[in-house]
Design a binder for this molecule. Structure first.
Ligand code: C2E
Ligand code: MG
Ligand code: MG
Ligand code: MG
Length: 279
């Protein structure tokens, strides 16, 4: 199976003349083996509705349960995965795991929370990507409306195949979020034409929200623009209670961050209210 995955991946890349950084290094071999051996695990971070305090969804975040080095975050292996092209296989595994785990969790707990999955530019460039997503939904039974695909702002740079795929998926009911919004501003001039539903306001903007001053002018401006374009906004990296209050009062829809809850195994996601709502 591992061999088959590796062969498939290699042959496909060679056909496309896209032979990536060498897979013949010990690190790359380790990573490919980890993916095919099931050493990747998914942690889930709650996304909270700021108006009601309810759990709105969770974001799936990949980890590598390394036999010697412990639980590794994506910073330790995503760059290599991107450079070697194995990120496509990694993404497919995370997507399937997230759909199946979240559907089982919805059945177990009765929660209506859905899941957001991070997608790399390489996956989206693959014409077979929409079919892969639709198959993961069909196989798991997860409703399309319960899936959000997060694409970083910089990944939107290559438009043609990507927007076609995203349009197809949105027609099926899947939502699309611009991740780390505001770090590139590359999407700003055509935001009204992109197939997106949600802006994820980058943590660097949330960091500048300090006590006693409401939101910053830039955050207020992003929220106003999102309202005008009928996009929802999720604030990332909320670490303090005053940020929750300021963002809620400014009309931000949802938020996630260590102040609310860190990424955890799905069964540890707090289903109770995390935000105090003013009477
Ligand atoms: P992201 O999608 O912007 O995810 C948010 C990151 O911020 C996560 O880091 C999360 O743990 C962290 N975070 C959340 N709240 C806070 C907070 O209050 N303070 C601070 N300091 N950090 C917070 P993580 O899990 O290390 O992931 C890093 C990045 O790796 C993600 O950024 C995403 O771009 C990428 N990534 C994660 N999982 C996947 C995946 O399955 N596929 C792909 N292609 N990329 C992934
Ligand atoms: Mg994300
Ligand atoms: Mg993000
Ligand atoms: Mg980020």
């Amino acid at each position: 199976r591992q061999r088959a995955d590796a062969d498939l991946y290699d042959a496909k890349r060679r056909r496309r003349g896209l032979l990536p950084a060498s897979l013949d290094t010990p690190e790359a071999e380790d990573l490919l083996r980890a993916i095919t051996d099931g050493q990747l695990v998914v942690r889930y971070q709650p996304v909270v509705d700021l108006a009601t305090g309810d759990l709105a969804g969770v974001e799936a975040l990949v980890r590598w349960q390394h036999p010697r080095r412990g639980l590794l975050g994506p910073d330790a292996f995503l760059p290599l995965a991107e450079a070697t092209g194995v990120v496509e296989l990694l993404g497919a595994r995370v997507l399937r795991a997230a759909c199946h785990e979240v559907r089982a969790w919805q059945r177990r707990t009765g929660t209506r929370a859905g899941v957001a999955v991070n997608v790399s530019a390489a996956e989206l460039a693959e014409p077979a990507y929409p079919a892969r997503v639709l198959r993961a939904l069909a196989d798991s039974g997860l409703p399309a409306a319960d899936l959000v695909l997060e694409v970083t702002e910089t990944a939107f740079a290559d438009v043609p195949t990507m927007t076609r795929s995203l349009r197809e998926l949105r027609t099926a009911g899947v939502r699309v979020a611009v991740d780390d919004f505001g770090t590139g501003w590359s999407t700003l001039s055509r935001l009204d034409q992109l197939p997106v539903d949600v802006l994820k306001l980058d943590k660097s903007f949330v960091d500048r929200v300090v006590p006693g001053q409401g939101c910053t002018p830039v955050v207020d401006a992003v929220l106003a623009m999102a309202r005008a374009l009928d996009l929802a906004v999720t604030a990332e990296g909320v670490e303090h209670a005053h940020q929750v209050a300021a963002l809620r009062d400014a009309g931000c829809d949802t938020a996630q961050g260590y102040h609310l809850q860190r990424p955890v195994p799905l069964d540890e996601v707090d289903l109770a209210r995390r935000v105090r709502v003013p009477a």
